[in-house]
Design a protein around this ligand. Structure first.
Ligand SMILES: [Zn+2]
Length: 481
């Protein structure tokens, strides 16, 4: 999220969706679906040797979108690999869709029939009880049939007369942390809360009752065959997309692999869209030099109808209002936030983090990346950036605050994003530009495909720079390190 508002087969069973009776030993969730309390026990049986190679889980999604009816029918296959050192006797799936919008018609998997679903207006949770433990390195095949009645709302999953956006539209297996268990967070008022394991996606989209000019904005290059559009996205947190009969689109190429960047916009915003496209191209090239190679095959920018914006792998969304208020200069939210969202491909996409509990890990870096962009692309606008983005808010609060503990959106942004950027700037001033840039490259290389936490970040910072960061950590973080 950008936070600039106010200023940014194998299937042994096919069960009808009936909420089957829970086995006696299955705890009945007493908190919101999707909370840690219901499923945080990692079901440890024996501790065994971890798999020798880390195999990414795979998601195959075949979706049929009835555009006029705003109805999405999906066949989903998940090839889930147990990448951890413990055997599992159950596997949860986060359902990030309100229960009144989703109909789960069947859940099948190759180690049992005893599953449960519990959902409410905030989302839900499917639990698969395994008849035989899933040992480290073993694979579980899951098949789910579901449908979504997409609501008419300006939200991440919704439609308007302008477009339909489909963000967090399928069940997924959350990451399993060796110490904390399944990383399943409660929703938060101030930011994102879902945590995703890096996975491979194979997505096929069929459209019916759609306008002839329908365009799909997606996070990977499209291949059209057999009446569908196919996408493959590797090592990504999630696959999100949008569709509209009103999009105009323009494409440029940028970076060492000549990555195609396409912006999808509404026709009255062409000038602003072209500016955002130039900013995206320039920032991608700057970040490749500073962080490492852009992690995906393409990048899509989507002018959207929901407020603010949203990052994802290979695609991001920015509020129509930012386009409308574009003033022809670099000193505006569209330019600043485009640079911010591009940076999330490295920090959110490639390097994952717990968005609910450690949001600073991607948001501070994405915010500071704005400055890195301005330094190289618009060096005369640095004073403006510092004043407009940081100083006018007099940011306070611990950088490592969770999204749950701060009293509102502005205090959350001030602590996590803005003081986060100040912390990174202080680190840079202490260690010097070269050591700071080397650390950014080291961090990206070390944690691509993983989920980093505060200790990972600070330990690598110390190791990479050889500098004692304890004074800065004490100044900026909750109770120091
Ligand atoms: Zn952000």
């Amino acid at each position: 999220m950008l936070a600039a508002l106010a200023a940014c087969s194998l299937v042994a069973c096919r069960l009808p969706y009936t909420n089957p009776p829970l086995a006696p030993e299955t705890p009945i969730p007493t908190t919101l679906p999707g909370t840690v309390a219901a499923t945080n026990e990692p079901s440890i049986i024996p501790t065994l040797s971890p798999p020798e190679t880390f195999i990414t889980s795979q998601y195959r999604l075949v979706a049929t979108l009835d555009f006029a009816a705003h109805y999405l029918a999906v066949s989903q296959q998940i090839t889930y690999t147990n990448n951890r050192a413990q055997a599992l006797d159950k596997v949860p799936l986060v359902v990030p869709v309100a229960d009144e919008l989703i109909t789960i018609s069947s859940v099948g998997y190759d180690r049992g029939t005893d599953w449960s679903y519990n959902g409410n207006r905030l989302g839900g949770l499917i639990e698969l009880m395994l008849a035989r433990p899933l040992l480290p390195g073993e694979v579980l095949q899951i098949e789910i049939e579901f449908a979504i009645a997409v609501p008419e709302r300006p939200t991440l999953l919704g439609w308007s007369t302008r477009q339909m956006t489909l963000i967090d539209w399928y069940p997924f297996v959350p990451p399993l942390d060796a110490e904390r268990g399944w990383l399943i967070n409660e929703p938060t008022q101030q930011g994102e809360h879902l945590v995703y394991e890096s996975a491979d996606f194979d997505v096929s989209i069929y459209t019916v009752n759609a306008p002839s000019l329908l365009q799909i904005a997606a996070p990977a290059p499209a291949e059209r065959r057999e009446g569908a559009t196919h996408y493959q996205l590797s090592n990504a947190r999630r696959f999100v997309w949008a569709a509209s009969g009103h999009y105009q689109s323009e494409t440029v190429q940028a970076g060492q692999d000549r990555t195609p960047i396409t912006i999808y916009f509404f026709e009255e915003e062409q000038t602003a869209a072209q500016a955002a496209l130039r900013t995206a191209a320039a920032s991608l090239e700057i970040y490749e030099n500073l962080f490492g190679t852009y992690p995906y095959e393409s990048l899509a920018i989507v002018e959207c109808i929901f407020p603010d914006g949203m990052e994802s792998d290979g695609i991001f969304f920015l509020d129509m209002g930012y386009f409308r208020r574009y003033d022809g200069t670099q000193r505006n939210l569209l330019t600043m936030l485009t640079a911010h969202e591009v940076a999330h491909n490295w920090f959110f996409g490639a390097v994952g983090n717990d968005a609910g509990n450690e949001p600073w890990l991607d948001e501070a870096l994405a915010t500071y990346a704005e400055l890195l962009y301005y330094e190289q692309a618009h060096p005369l606008d640095l004073d403006w950036w510092w004043q407009f983005r940081i100083q006018q808010w007099e940011p306070a609060g611990a950088v490592d605050s969770t999204a749950y503990e701060l009293p509102g959106f502005r205090p959350y942004v001030n602590a996590v994003y803005l003081r986060g950027a100040l912390f990174l700037h202080a680190v840079r001033q202490q260690v010097g530009d070269q050591a700071f840039y080397t650390f950014l490259k080291d961090y990206y290389a070390a944690y691509t495909g993983s989920i980093a936490n505060k200790e990972d970040f600070l330990d690598l910072l110390q190791q990479s720079t050889g500098e004692d960061m304890s004074a800065l950590v004490a100044e900026y973080f909750n109770g120091g390190d």
